[in-house]
Design a protein around this ligand. Sequence first.
Ligand SMILES: Cc1ncc(C[n+]2csc(CCOP(=O)(O)OP(=O)(O)O)c2C)c(N)n1
Ligand SMILES: [Mg+2]
Length: 784
Amino acid sequence: MTRMADPRPDLLAALHRKALWLSTWMIHHANHVRPGGDGVKVGGHQASSASMAHILAALYLAVLRPEDRVAVKPHAAPVFHALMYLLGRQARDKLRDFRGFGGAQSYPSRTKDTADVDFSTGSVGLGVAQTLFSSLAQDYLRLKGMGQGAEGRMIALLGDAEMDEGNIHEALMEGWKHGLRNLWWVVDYNRQSLDAVVREGLWERHEASFRNYGWDVVVLRHGSLQRAAFAEPGGERLRAWIEAAPNSLYSALTFQGGAAWRRRLVDDLGDQGDVSALIERRTDDELAALMGNLGGHDLPTLLEAFGAARAHDRPTCFIAYTIKGHGLPLAGHKDNHAGLLTPAQMDGFRRAMNIREGHEWDLFEGLDVPEEELRRFLAAVPFAARPRARRSAPAIPVPEALPAPAQPVLSTQQAFGLILHDLAKTDGELARRIVTTSPDVTVSTNLGPWVNRRRVFARAELADTFKRERIPSTFDWHFSPRGQHIELGIAEMNLFLNLSALGLAHDTFGERLIPIGTLYDPFIARGLDALNYACYQGARFLLVATPSGVTLAPEGGAHQSANTPLIGMAQDGLACWEPAYADELAVLMRHAFAHLQAADGGSAYLRLTTRPVEQPRRAMTPALAADIVAGGYWHRRPGPNAAAVIACCGAVTPEALEAAGLLAEDRRDVGLLAITSPDRLHAGWNEAMRSREAGGRAESHVEALLSAVPRGAALVTVLDAHPATLAWLGGVHGHRIRSLGVEHFGQTGTVADLYRHHGIDAAAIMRAAEALAPGRPVRHLRTV
Ligand SMILES: Cc1ncc(C[n+]2csc(CCOP(=O)(O)OP(=O)(O)O)c2C)c(N)n1
Ligand SMILES: [Mg+2]
């Protein structure tokens, strides 16, 4: 059994006190001392930080190895920042500006804080599950011989109320399927949430469910003081009392302090011989210290438990009993979540901590251990050996072009399968680094051909039974450690968290992966917060969402997506494209592979469809490819006398082509603009305006494109999604505009039925054009 060298308990205890002081002061400073402010309460979670301060101190100052990676629960950020400050890895100014502009972040943030934040947190539950998928990602790399250096432990520090988030339980199940290992979750079991005291006996449910999924569970209920007291005569009675005490009573007595503890314990256990004597032997302060000495507030207990868990790689959940606000005057009070020490309380706390006024930020102020010893200790902490900079990995070269499938009629989804299949046949580094993943829609999103060649990932080899039994099947589900597809159960949160873990492999493990996730477009909404989280962390992946819009026509309104292009536009860190043709998709996939590896790049979202469309016969020139990436090109440039111009995007392109052709008989010079990315066009427009406002002369792609539209002409935009996606085009040069799209839930039918129903068919486009561009009646309106 590998035991950790026990750090000197007195030094560790002193540094815990310092971290508790700094985290409490940091929040007080932000609320009461820092000048400025706009009347908005800064808050800061003094109680939550105190609750976890021992656990964080034990981990960061003794247990963690440089290769370990941690998700710190959002409201323990202050104590995390304080520990980084003690370790010389966080600047004093950042702490002074905690929660202020440019200061240390309210919740640990990979992208806004320092390199020591391994996983961002904030939306509870997500950082927790992220560690599980990162552990799987580490195994994925290791089993392919890709990981370097020591294997890290993935660790999440979470609140007990956080366990209510369903995504944690979805991840637990998925982890079990994949033979999860090397993961610790440490639950801050303070029996308090934001609003209230949590339900009795919850830990027993948690324990059962973790064990059910093959985890070890270590319940850290009592600290060493309590265990020593239990060994005294009468101690067992005290233990029984503590273990039977309702959560709310324990919290209330903690808040009231030593005298209240004595009153209650004497009421319940007085005149009972040994146990009464045990209570009477202690002063009020000693009694309060004893009752507060739960497992999560006892450094020796924590060190021993973590040390024992180091000896194996089974996933382990530590349920550490704590008191929210431990060590502070608001300890245990059920309203303490956003509670702040009053200035008077803070003054008392400062004096109790032996800190002189004006020396609040001093590293070693008020500690009864020589500064030199503390400095030596801090320099020798294993975590201190971790490099300051983030890890990275060189970009995988991307070919100049990916060949586009040549079939005359194709859907973008079919084209996706074909392009990936072509890549699967190659032997290059790009194909080796691609990893696909899907929540039970692998086959229906056309990943099948890729999986047939590149196999499904599993820790152990397992042949496809159907194949072995010689039963014909289109798909060969051979599982192997070499497999490059991670099959997930139907849980879209898991998909995005898996993409987030794989998409940070360069940073977390120093190995580059090119993750591609597929799902049905409407179900983006099901995992939206995890998608947002992945982007916030700066993870890099390609999301292929298909089918989309009402092209899932026979599936009805429950399977149709209208709002997703707006998500694609508004989601930071995610560039969205919606190609109409296979050759556009080939250009965009190539671009995405480069974009998701570029320092200034990001993730990419391709919105595809199963609707087969006649393909244009054209050569892909560099200029056309650049336009496709930039967001649009002219199918047919409008002439100088154009009264109407149609702008279309994605699956409705055949309707737009038809309408443009028919309109041409009654309106002159009709133009047709193909839009491949409302998102890129809009982002480029804003950027150009900002640049001009700053004195530059930039012109955006959309401004250049629309400068070909005569002043008086009207724009008709159309796409299989919400019309607002393109309605802003009228604002670019001030053209009149009518935006067609889908505003209501659909129903079952053919694509043609639904396009007619939603008013995005050729007739609707012509009607809109006729209304905005007066002239003689459009004759074909009567024939389509
Ligand atoms: C998804 C999400 N919903 C709601 C919140 C608001 N919120 C912040 S902390 C919290 C509960 C905290 O309870 P617990 O996890 O037990 O931590 P403790 O307060 O005990 O430290 C809630 C509901 C959030 N951050 N994320
Ligand atoms: Mg709690």
